[in-house]
Design a protein around this ligand. Structure first.
Ligand code: G3I
Length: 373
């Protein structure tokens, strides 16, 4: 009797244990199935998103239909990064050399030129059917020491600049679509900036360099490029008067670059930009938006990203509404590589792709603006 009782107790315990184990095993299998199903769902959704993305043409295709170039400033090192290069060549049809053609990079010693970085960018552009904006021949920043610490006569300064411009422009003759010949020569108060070039040569350096660049490559479009002169005000009046007087003197200048480094806190209104573009284009000049970015105070909230998108859209719409505004170029395209965090502490997220190359709202607002009859 006692044995029978012990036996049935054991049976019960074993049965219970087996039940629990089977229950767990069943639950585990079901969980695995659910996980597997979820995985499949995610995969299906990703494929659908990718299909949708592929169904929407890249920015450059839409921009071409609108008769403008769309692009970004690029660095030679980044071109070696697969995602960077793929996004760049997929979306854009014009690029600007961000630093590679600046005086200190390309002409570090008096008798030494260093074209490797610029060559890499130009070859990339050509291999991908992109136009090139050469940036920049004459500027007061990013100069090598042999210039900043140089002690030369006026004639020597002139021949240094002549030789620099002739060498650099000739090397890329027929390959650079537009040059920023002179960059930021006007100060915020509207006077000519007291640069090393103004001090050592005089105000005529500006017309000299345009003439030399034109001699070296008669096909290239030659631009005056500046910041803070996008809307209306003392500085943009000064830029307008400068380029008007150059044209009156028969200087070969073909366009004005509006840099457009703005923030969601400070930006010129579309009406002002439009009025400025109108008066410049009435002179017969082309307009390029050359360095647009819209910096945000970090951390960026979703409302900031939408505001940023609206500003990108507004500037692009103004450009599209002028026949003479023929390029819309941003100062980079991914937040992974942007000058903003280094120069504006606490700010960033200024471009249209995030750090992982995902399009931000600004990308879609630009895309939508380019889809119009
Ligand atoms: O190349 C050196 C590198 O060797 C060194 O290790 C590193 C350490 O900081 O510095 C590197 O140089 C930096 C260079 O960018 C390349 O990244 C310089 O410090 C830095 O000052 C330089 O900044 C550039 C800035 O012009 C200089 O004023 C930015 O990248 C460039 O985007 C910016 O571009 C200008 C346009 O040419 C004209 N309009 C305004 C625009 C924004 O400032």
């Amino acid at each position: 009797m006692g044995n029978t009782l012990a036996f049935s107790k054991e049976c019960l315990i074993t049965g219970l244990l087996a039940g629990i184990i089977i229950g767990y095993a069943f639950g585990f299998v079901m969980k695995q199935r659910e996980v597997e199903e979820l995985k499949q769902q995610v995969l299906r959704l990703s494929a659908q998103i990718e299909q949708l993305r592929q169904a929407v043409p890249p920015l450059k295709v839409l921009a071409e239909k609108q008769g403008i170039y769309i692009g970004a400033a690029v660095g030679a090192d980044q071109l070696r990064i697969r995602e960077y290069a793929e996004t760049l060549s997929r979306e854009f049809n014009i690029l600007t050399t961000e630093n590679a053609l600046k005086f200190e990079r390309v002409h570090p010693e008096r008798n030494v030129y260093s074209f490797a970085e610029a060559d890499a960018i130009v070859s990339f552009a050509e291999a991908n059917g992109m136009k090139i904006r050469g940036h920049t021949l004459v500027w007061h920043n990013q100069l090598p020491e042999w210039i900043t610490h140089g002690n030369y006569s006026r004639e020597e300064w002139i021949s240094i600049l002549y030789e620099h411009i002739t060498t650099v422009v000739s090397r890329y003759k027929g390959r650079v679509y537009a040059w920023d010949v002179v960059n930021e020569a006007v100060d915020d108060d509207g006077s000519l900036r007291k640069t090393i070039w103004l001090r050592n040569i005089g105000p005529e350096y500006i017309e000299m360099v345009f003439r030399w660049a034109h001699e070296a490559d008669p096909q290239a479009l030659l631009f005056y490029n500046d910041y803070g002169a996008e809307g209306l005000g003392v500085k943009s009046d000064a830029v307008y008067n400068l380029v008007k007087s150059l044209l009156e003197k028969g200087v070969p200048i073909h366009g004005v670059g509006l840099q457009m480094h703005v923030s969601t806190e400070h930006y010129p209104t579309p009406q002002e930009i439009s009025a400025n573009i109108k008066r410049l284009s009435d002179l017969g000049l082309d307009i390029h938006i050359t360095e647009m970015d819209v910096r945000l105070k970090l951390p960026a909230e979703s409302a900031d990203l939408v505001r940023q998108a609206e500003i990108y859209r507004d500037v692009l719409m103004v450009c599209l509404s002028s026949e003479k505004c023929t390029a819309f170029v941003m100062w980079g395209f991914t937040d992974r590589y942007s000058w903003i965090p280094e120069f504006f502490s606490g700010y960033g997220s200024a471009l249209i792709f995030d750090e992982s190359y995902n399009p931000k709202p600004a990308y879609y607002y630009i895309l939508k603006s380019l889809i119009r009859p």
